[in-house]
Design a protein around this ligand. Structure first.
Ligand SMILES: [Zn+2]
Length: 500
């Protein structure tokens, strides 16, 4: 591109300047001698021609003046062009996340949120393989650049229910995937649908309370009757892991065929993968890569279906996971029976072993004494992997875990280092796989957050945040008043386009 042979210019710098230098060369009086390469040869010839004719007819000063005028106009045009060129390129690079209004809806009457969960989608899985559909949501939406932070314990039920209530597990009541009510002795498990377990107000209830429709194609807690939410058959599917993913997607899509006033404004969609594979083989197995590709195909199916209905750009899709995954191979085990020289912790005191150790000693046994002796043993250097477990009175846990304000939480909680497992006694069980449930400050426990749609800026990255913020984000998009929760009222404005 260089017009001057003597001083080659680095190509990166030449592009913007080139048009103006060409114009300047063309209009310079001695351009005939200065320029000789191909691109300006014609211009130089024209310049020579005009200057020779000028010498032949000296009386025609008008021509000279008009030529001078043309030169001036051409020069100012060149400068204006150069100015526009530089200023437009600097604007586009500097003003990326300028606050802007949410994009207007084209076909839908009201804002709609479709909340998609891919269980155990550890942050980073999106790079494992070609994920063109997830990439498309990221490229045209807003992403938590370093992932979404799960709540502690980083388990499926506590996290899914935090996402839809905005509450930490201590406040929404689902403090583990299974636990015991210390007052009644009743046991909670993942099939428990009695309302007494499920505290707080999940989004489907909030939405229905406001006179709108919600639909759930699986979500922990969705089968539970709460307030005005009665889990209506057509819009609330009872959990059944054998329903093919395609059927789930297609059913959700079919809700967009309903007349506008019957269409749900909040919808959930849940996939068990890649959690399912992660537990079996750990996060770094080709099986995970395949599972991620499959989830991506489901997102593709969803996008295509929404596009077919002309609503893809109207629907706010929020894609999340509930937690990450870490490999547990290499016999990283800690056995409670190894603590016998210090304290005997029998099986029936232990409500959960791993990766969240929860111990409730019987009345009459002081939790503080048990903790002191356990930690003494763990620190002694005589217990295999002892230094990778630390037990706490729940009141003494780091406050960032928010894991204290519920009687359902056992008095003694053990924090286990990433990838380690606690068991009662040595066994021959297969120990190689994947797990989650660890401290939520551990990076491998992070998952994804992607928001795509009229309320999300395109191509925007936001810092990581805890999933309890999502409830307020969704009620903000839907323009409804949410229930009190642990999320911040001001958070939604930090990741959403402003209301229109
Ligand atoms: Zn899970």
């Amino acid at each position: 591109m260089g017009t001057n042979k003597q001083t080659p210019v680095p190509t990166g710098e030449v592009d913007p300047a080139n048009p103006s230098t060409a114009l300047l060369a063309f209009n310079t009086e001695d351009s005939s001698s200065a320029t000789s390469d191909d691109s300006t040869a014609a211009a130089a010839a024209a310049s020579r021609a005009s200057s020779s004719s000028f010498r032949e007819k000296p009386a025609k000063t008008i021509i000279f003046i008009s030529l001078l005028l043309v030169t001036c106009i051409a020069l100012s045009a060149a400068m204006a062009f150069a100015f526009l060129f530089f200023s437009s390129s600097s604007v586009s690079s500097a003003a990326a996340p300028a606050p802007a209004l949410a994009r207007p809806l084209v076909k839908l009457r009201r804002p709609v949120v479709l909340l998609v969960s891919s269980d155990g989608f550890r942050f980073g899985y999106q790079f494992k393989t070609d994920t063109p559909n997830i990439r498309r949501l990221i490229a045209n939406g807003t992403e938590a650049e370093e992932g979404l932070i799960s709540v502690f314990p980083t388990l499926t039920f506590p996290n899914h229910y935090s996402i839809v209530t905005g509450l930490y597990p201590a406040y929404h009541g689902i403090i583990n995937n299974y636990f015991v009510d210390p007052h009644t002795g009743d046991q909670f498990n993942m099939g428990s649908h009695e309302p007494k377990w499920w505290l707080g107000e999940p989004l489907w209830e909030t939405v229905v309370n406001h006179g709108f429709r919600a639909s759930t194609f699986f979500w922990p807690g969705s089968e539970v009757n709460k307030g005005s939410w009665t889990c209506p058959e057509e819009f609330c599917k009872f959990y059944n892991g054998s329903v093919p993913f395609e059927e789930r997607v297609d059913t959700v899509l079919s809700y967009f065929d309903l007349p506008a006033d019957e269409m749900p404004v909040f919808l959930t969609l849940y996939f068990e993968d890649p959690d399912h594979q992660g537990h079996k083989v750990g996060p770094d197995d080709p099986e995970i890569t395949e599972a991620v590709a499959r989830v991506d195909r489901m997102i593709g199916r969803l996008i295509k279906g929404l596009e077919k209905r002309g609503v893809f750009d109207d629907v706010n899709i929020i894609m999340v996971g509930d937690h990450g995954m870490v490999g547990t191979c290499d016999k990283k085990l800690i056995f409670l029976d190894d603590l016998k020289p210090w304290v005997q912790v029998p099986k029936d005191w232990v409500q959960s072993y791993t990766p969240l150790l929860a111990i409730r000693p019987p009345l009459g046994v002081s939790p503080s004494d048990v903790i002191e002796k356990m930690n003494e043993g763990l620190r002694s250097g005589k217990v295999a992997n002892g230094k990778y477990l630390k037990v706490y009175l729940k009141e003494d846990l780091p406050s960032r875990l928010h894991y204290v304000a519920s009687d359902r939480i056992a008095p003694i909680i053990g924090l286990i280092a990433e990838g380690f497992k606690v068991e009662q006694t040595k066994s021959n069980r297969k120990e190689c796989g994947g797990a989650h449930g660890y401290d939520n400050s551990v990076f491998s426990m992070r998952t994804i957050f992607i928001g795509h749609g009229p309320n999300f800026a395109q191509g925007r990255k936001v810092p990581s945040f805890e999933n309890i913020q999502i409830y307020n984000v969704i009620t903000s998009i839907l323009k409804i008043q949410g229930a009190a929760n642990n999320g911040s009222d001001s958070f939604p404005q930090t990741i959403l386009l402003s209301g229109n």
